[in-house]
Ligand binder design. Structure first.
Ligand SMILES: C[S@@+](CC[C@H](N)C(=O)[O-])C[C@H]1O[C@@H](n2cnc3c(N)ncnc32)[C@H](O)[C@@H]1O
Length: 246
């Protein structure tokens, strides 16, 4: 397993996963009777939480390392109503979902050429009236205020993780390349150093709207990520996309 995935939960130990699940319940009505499709499960931090309050969860994670980490997490949490697939959603042999969710920028991982297929596959797997929720970087706001170099330090369970972030924003290119370089200090171990590169694809609201409408979603709205009761504005760097299928 590559070190980025091994240390992912330390890196995001301060992320409020519970609040994402509450936002899903509030905006989509997901609850005890819901069958939920999760796209991009990562290490399973949302997956096992969703399993605790929904009837059934099907999670998709196509990265082999994240898939292994998620499988281990679900087993440790005894999440028997969560089924994990490595299969891309376009080939997923499951349908009839009440709600679908793509938490933490998963939509930004989807390159433009794959967008229609990805969103179309979600639409096909939702029941009529099914709902979709995702949080993602918003192209318009990122263009106004591109990401900068920064260093973050995280601590969890005696581990100290230093993350240097070097972003490369392609103006007008709708893409941000993030070069991460890490140093991990853990008691009794030599310092571990490794790199990871992420490529994020930015969507404008009109592009999202057109793609979701073409996939059969009739109601589409954007909320500010920090306060999901507020409509997103042009400076909302991260947004919630909420869409309802006809
Ligand atoms: C930033 S991580 C978020 C993981 C998790 N949702 C969380 O909040 O910790 C994005 C995840 O989406 C996964 N991913 C990217 N493209 C995907 C796709 N087409 N289908 C399923 N998963 C995908 C990546 O492998 C990665 O694990």
């Amino acid at each position: 397993m590559r070190p980025f995935v091994r240390h992912y939960d330390t890196l995001f130990a301060d992320k409020d996963y519970d609040s994402d699940v509450v936002t899903l319940a509030t905006l989509t009505g997901a609850g005890a009777t819901s069958r939920v499709l999760e796209l991009g499960a990562g290490t399973g931090s949302h997956s096992h939480r969703l399993g605790r309050f929904c009837r059934e969860v099907v999670s998709v994670e196509i990265d082999a390392d994240f898939h292994s980490a998620c499988a281990a997490r679900l087993q440790a949490a005894d999440s028997r109503n969560v089924t994990l697939y490595a299969t891309p959603v376009e080939e997923l042999p499951e349908t009839g979902f009440d709600v679908a969710a793509a938490f933490f920028h998963v939509l930004n991982y989807i390159p433009p050429a794959a967008r229609a297929g990805f969103v179309g596959a979600i639409g096909e797997r939702l029941v009529a009236g099914g709902r979709f929720l995702a949080d993602l970087w918003h192209a318009e706001a990122v263009e106004r205020d591109p990401p900068r170099e920064e260093t973050r330090t995280k601590r969890a369970g005696g581990v100290r993780l230093l993350q240097r972030i070097s972003p490369r924003y392609v103006p007008g290119g709708a893409e941000v390349e993030l070069d991460y370089s890490f140093e991990v200090e853990a008691p009794g171990r030599p310092v571990e150093r490794f790199d990871e590169r992420l490529r994020l694809h930015l969507w404008t609201r009109p592009a999202l709207e057109a793609t979701f409408r073409a996939a059969g979603f009739s109601h589409i709205e954007f909320r500010d990520w920090r306060d999901s009761r507020r409509a997103a504005g042009s400076v909302s760097w991260r947004v919630w996309l909420y869409a309802r299928k006809s």
